[in-house]
Write a protein that binds this ligand. Structure first.
Ligand code: PLP
Length: 339
């Protein structure tokens, strides 16, 4: 058993001891199989492979100063997986089954929960896919639910650093009445061309606009967008974005901390008015944005002076992280202690 170098943990995959699997067959889910293999045996005609019947989730558990493991808002992830499953006609996993799986997989891999103060956490990845064989296009009659964990290092080593973003003008992630609100792999496949173009240009990620009019901000690759002006937290409302649980939490926190909040369409033309902007999601919590480049009119929008993240952004960031790792009380009932 090799010791893990917690301080230098990458944001990537590391093998742990166990994962859980369950199969939906003949109208019911099997009890969980505890596996120590990193591989699955999958039918060559599984709908998950051919027709994109696949959805996933991502959530984190943190070790507190008190030595207790804290899981953040698992029930929101459970609800979202049900929403995604229904959206692409898969058999959903009930909230109760999701809870059982998350708690069990963490308990079985306790030694991989990074220590308090390391900045690292245990990332939990539930995955649901059509595993039955079909050649014609139709939903599978068999589904597989897998949950695995991997310890991940902090997204920003050595502190939060603002990033640069490129507005995607020639690639759309999701259509207005498409699959944008579901956490499905297909949306990620659709976003890769834009993401790679952004990386090649030296940007951290891409900002997608609404696919119909290209006037409004949708989201930032795998994270939601927010802007702050006049003590107001503004985040896009759109029929093609994935509802981020981090964003949901930041809205509640902003109100708790005396800010106003607005969820409404955010036109690109509003970008110059914001005092601070950022991207939010489970991986980084918040990535403050330093600069946004819009290739349509070669415009650059700048938000950070000397690379320093905005004051309100950092206030929200610190508060959320403090609740997640138990440094501050949780007045919202977001945390579940894992025994
Ligand atoms: C997962 C995801 C997010 C972030 O959601 P969180 O619940 O905050 O992790 C944002 N956008 C997309 C497209 C996602 O898939």
């Amino acid at each position: 058993m090799e010791a893990i170098d917690w301080k230098n943990l990458p944001f990537g995959y590391i093998k742990t001891d166990y994962n859980l699997r369950s199969t939906f067959k003949n109208g019911k889910w099997s009890s969980f199989e505890v596996s120590n293999s990193e591989y699955i045996d999958i039918h060559i005609a599984a709908t998950g492979l051919h027709y994109g019947q696949e959805a996933f989730e991502g959530l984190k558990a943190y070790m507190g100063k008190d030595g207790r493991i804290r899981l953040f808002r698992w029930n929101e992830n459970a609800k979202r997986l049900i929403h995604s499953a229904k959206g692409i006609i898969m058999e959903p996993v009930s909230e109760a089954m999701f809870k059982e799986a998350v708690l069990k997989v963490i308990s079985l891999n306790k030694r991989f929960v990074p220590p308090y103060g390391s900045g690292a956490s245990l990332y939990i990845r539930p995955l649901l896919y059509g595993s039955g064989a079909e050649v014609g296009v139709k939903p599978s009659s068999e589904y597989t639910f897998i949950i695995f964990v991997t310890p991940v290092g902090p997204y920003f080593k050595g502190g939060v650093v603002p990033v640069n973003m490129l507005i995607s003008r020639d690639v759309d992630r999701a259509a207005p009445q498409g699959t944008g609100t579901f956490k499905v792999g297909g949306n990620y496949a659709a976003s890769l061309r834009a993401l790679l173009a952004a990386k090649h240009g030296g940007y951290a990620s891409t900002i997608f606009l609404d696919a119909k009019e290209k006037k409004y901000i949708d989201e930032c690759g795998p994270a939601n967008f927010f802007g702050i002006k006049n003590n107001t937290y503004v985040t896009p409302k759109s029929e093609s974005i994935l509802q981020s649980i981090t964003n949901l939490s930041l809205v509640q926190l902003a109100e708790h901390l005396g800010m106003k909040t607005e969820r409404r369409p955010v036109p690109v033309t509003e970008l110059p008015e914001f005092e601070e902007v950022g991207a939010c999601g489970t991986a980084a919590v918040i990535s403050p944005i330093a600069k946004i480049f819009d290739p349509a009119d070669n415009k650059v929008y700048e938000y950070c002076k000397d690379c320093i993240p905005g004051e309100k952004t950092m206030m929200l960031y610190r508060k959320l992280v403090a609740i997640q790792c138990g440094d501050e009380p949780d007045p919202f009932g977001w945390i579940t202690i894992v025994e």
